[in-house]
Design a binder for this molecule. Structure first.
Ligand code: C5P
Length: 399
């Protein structure tokens, strides 16, 4: 999506850096349009580096591309954060003496403003009237939040947290093509205990699974996300009104939870990295070097193949998606993926190549989706969110 982020001259402008990062992380093309005053708070190089696009405040730069209207015309969404009392007044009056002003007049996309100012300014009849005018024109107003303000006072006027602004703005333009579907997604790596302090684990960060859950929730699905071990920042990403989160530790716990949840699901996506084996016995006290001098032999037993079990018992109409992380390349990668899909009885199998430097803990991913008869239904490269959207597109197309 093509998103214009207007930034105006308030101290909260630094928080908008996070908003832009989030939008970029989700694969959107972001153009930042600051006012001249905004640049007194956060400088132009920051906006250019974060958005990966040129930034200017002036209608006289890049005139050949008719930039003063082209950004607004191309926008799918415009967010102004923070929006000062002055900018809200200029918007209400339709003043267009800088690039943000012209962009706002030229756009027909949804416009979201996140006001930030002192409580007195927010309550002033001029601001109240301007907000009323903007609302009546269809502008979406997010916040302000109530709380401590920069001068040490407190009241309505704080910028809403950047993630909440992003959620509210993206919800306005989100595709709702998964509305009505109940989906279960598993994410992260299971941990199989050896003794009270040790476990056998894997390098899965949970990023792709959580991105799949978020994408589904954004697109209207009712999501149950079952997480094994995931990195802390990834877990924070799972906070979403459309996601019911449930945490597990071992493969057997995951099996129980996902089997329960799958009973009423339309789609099950097994993105979790499930341990194929677990220690045959879990020691009740810590294994010691004293007791295992020089060498420790562990006996492992095989875990059930959860996705194969789900596929064998699936209710009519349920779509099962398995994942395969393979260290093979080229034709061998596809051949293994096709065999794995057959063996597990999954409808779709999402395969990616992994290695010491590939796949795990990375922000970007590259996958192919294998379907009926081994056909490659989709190929996607990009952020894990872009990959997630491509997987859901393939799921929808296959149903
Ligand atoms: O066989 P492999 O571990 O490569 O299979 C990966 C796929 O199978 C993933 O979808 C994973 O969630 C699932 N799996 C499972 N139960 C296991 C091992 C893997 O459901 N014991």
């Amino acid at each position: 999506m093509f998103v214009v982020v207007g930034v105006t001259g308030g101290i909260a402008a630094y928080k908008t850096v996070h908003l832009v990062r989030r939008l970029i992380g989700e694969g959107h093309e972001v153009h930042v349009v600051p006012t001249a005053d905004a640049l007194r708070f956060v400088g132009l190089p920051t906006w250019e580096a974060i958005s990966r696009n040129p930034v200017t405040t002036s209608v006289h730069d890049d005139v050949a591309t008719v930039r003063h209207v082209s950004l607004g015309q191309r926008a799918d969404l415009v967010i102004v954060a923070p929006a000062t009392a002055n900018t809200l007044a200029r918007m209400a009056a339709g003043i267009a003496d800088d690039l943000l002003g012209t962009t706002l007049l030229a756009t027909t996309a949804p416009v979201v403003v996140a006001p930030a100012m002192h409580a007195e300014m927010w309550r002033h009849p001029a601001t109240v009237a301007n907000i009323e005018t903007l609302r009546a024109r269809g502008v979406h107003v997010v916040g302000p939040a109530d709380g401590p303000l920069t001068g040490g006072d407190s009241g309505p006027g704080r910028l809403v947290e950047p993630d909440d602004i992003a959620d509210a703005a993206l919800a306005l333009v989100a595709r709702r093509d998964l509305a009505g579907l109940r989906v279960v997604v598993t994410a992260g790596g299971t941990r199989e205990p050896l003794d009270p302090v040790r476990f056998l684990g894997n390098r899965s960060s949970g990023r792709q699974g959580v991105a799949l859950a978020r994408a589904a929730a954004d697109r209207g699905a009712e999501v149950t996300l079952i997480v094994a071990h995931v990195d802390a920042d990834v877990r924070a990403d799972a906070a979403h009104t459309g996601i019911a989160l449930s945490a597990v530790g071992t493969a057997l716990e995951l099996q129980e939870r996902v089997t329960d949840a799958a009973a009423t699901a339309d789609v099950v996506v097994m993105a979790a990295a499930v341990a194929d084996y677990r220690p045959a016995e879990v020691a009740t006290s810590k294994l010691t070097k004293e007791a295992n001098a020089g060498r420790l032999v562990l006996e492992l037993v095989e875990n059930p193949d959860i996705v194969a079990g789900l596929a064998a018992a699936r209710p009519a109409g349920q779509t099962i998606v398995a994942f395969a992380a393979e260290t093979a390349t080229g034709d061998e990668l596809l051949a293994r993926a096709r065999r794995k899909r057959e063996r597990k009885g999954a409808d779709l199998l999402v395969v990616n190549e992994v290695g010491w430097e590939r796949g795990f803990e990375q922000v970007e991913n590259e996958v192919r989706v294998i379907g009926e008869g081994g056909a490659v239904l989709a190929a996607a490269t990009g952020t894990k969110r872009q990959v997630a959207d491509a997987v859901w597109d393939a799921v929808l197309a296959s149903r």
